[in-house]
Design a binder for this molecule. Structure first.
Ligand SMILES: NC(=O)c1ccc[n+]([C@@H]2O[C@H](COP(=O)([O-])OP(=O)(O)OC[C@H]3O[C@@H](n4cnc5c(N)ncnc54)[C@H](O)[C@@H]3O)[C@@H](O)[C@H]2O)c1
Ligand SMILES: [Zn+2]
Ligand SMILES: [Zn+2]
Length: 345
């Protein structure tokens, strides 16, 4: 079968691989029908993720059809259409019992990282009963690819951790796929303001179409002054970091109102300054989280019913043969205006 293989920092190729086989009684083999590329795959290619070794098939998002199951799998049968979660969970360990699936002792984020992933014709999914979701009949399967990672990430790490509430004010720093997924799911709670901040004019225009009440280009405008003027000088109740660099986390420290929350989503590679000399008295909360995909079933219903139009995040389409070009287009998003690229083996 064909697979996109990581060859070490800066290198990858589309190559031939043995089809995966059942290794454990809880495994399923899934024929991938749609997959995509994540900003985190670009982090791997930069060499930021040492757990991902050369020779690994990349990809942690996708939908497909079950091809085979191990003897202990009871929820799925060959022929079932399934959504693949980016987080693998056993459902039994202490972390899983607490709903912290991202830290499952025999799972977590392993797909396309510690084990071969979804950017291939077939993928092996361990703990299939608790790591796959049945696709409701008649659902648009392309839209469901947004549920493997980006919608639960925006919702859990941004909206839930950020305690977005009716009438509250929210600033989201970063209007990439994750920031936009946060924007879409924040609207479940009817905040009075959702201010999107980025340096990419195209992404800010998309954010406006997706429901932002105000967009700020922090390259040409003073984001702190603008947010203060929109919030009676207080700042926002929830400041969500969806980039992953020190400057944007520090911006959130300047944007949050007394009593508010800074909810970090971004993957950070270097340390960040925490201005406790100012914030110690502001009654703020800072949260961090690796997505648990604990809300996937709930979000699946919102997408299947049309409450959330997840498919509007798809900007480009490729076949698996064109995946090298797909990486190029996704990697130059500022020029190509790419959000999510859909890859169909
Ligand atoms: N916590 C989790 O479980 C989890 C899960 C998935 C992704 N992530 C992380 O979330 C982050 C966002 O992911 P994405 O796929 O949307 O990334 P992305 O790179 O597509 O988007 C980031 C956005 O930030 C903007 N940006 C860059 N520098 C900026 C600055 N100084 N000021 C304002 N905006 C700036 C860019 O223009 C871009 O639109 C990444 O760090 C990713 O690794 C975290
Ligand atoms: Zn991802
Ligand atoms: Zn577990």
């Amino acid at each position: 079968m064909k697979a996109l293989i990581y060859d070490g920092p800066g290198r990858k190729h589309l190559g031939e691989r043995e089809r995966p086989q059942i290794k454990d009684v809880g495994d399923a083999i899934v024929r991938v029908t749609h997959t995509t590329i994540c900003g985190t795959d670009l982090h791997i290619l930069k060499g930021d993720v040492p757990t991902c070794e050369p020779g690994r098939t990349l990809g942690h998002e996708g939908v497909g059809v079950v091809e085979a199951v191990g003897s202990a799998v009871s929820n799925f049968r060959p022929g079932d259409h399934v959504l693949i979660s980016c987080i693998t969970s056993c459902g039994r360990c202490d972390y899983c019992r607490r709903g912290i699936y991202s830290h499952c002792v025999s799972g977590g984020w392993i797909l396309g990282n510690a084990i071969d992933g979804t950017q291939a014709e077939y993928v092996r999914i361990p703990h299939a009963d608790t790591s796959l979701y049945p696709v409701p009949a008649g659902t648009d399967e392309e839209a469901l690819v947004m549920l493997s990672d980006i919608l639960p990430t925006g919702f859990e790490c941004g909206v839930l951790n950020g305690k977005v509430a009716p009438g509250s004010s929210v600033a989201i720093v970063g209007a990439g796929p994750i920031g936009l997924a946060t924007l879409l799911t924040a609207q479940f709670y009817s905040p009075s303001q959702i201010i999107m901040i980025d340096i990419d004019a195209n992404r800010l225009a998309v954010a406006e179409r997706f429901g932002a009440t105000r967009t700020i280009n922090s390259r040409s405008e003073d984001a702190v002054a603008e947010v203060k003027s929109l919030t009676d000088g207080r700042g926002v109740d929830t400041a969500i970091e969806a980039v992953g660099v020190p400057a944007t986390f520090e911006l959130c420290e300047d944007l949050v109102a007394p009593g508010g929350v800074i909810a970090n989503i971004g993957v950070h590679g270097v340390k960040v300054d925490l201005h406790l000399e100012r914030l110690w008295s502001h009654n703020i909360t800072i949260t961090t989280r690796l997505v648990d995909t604990a809300t996937t079933s709930m979000l699946l219903k919102t997408v299947a019913s049309g409450k959330v139009d997840a498919k509007k995040l798809v900007t480009h389409r490729f076949t698996l043969d064109g995946i090298m070009e797909a990486y190029d287009v996704f990697g130059r998003a500022a020029e190509t205006q790419a959000l999510k690229v859909l890859i169909t083996p």
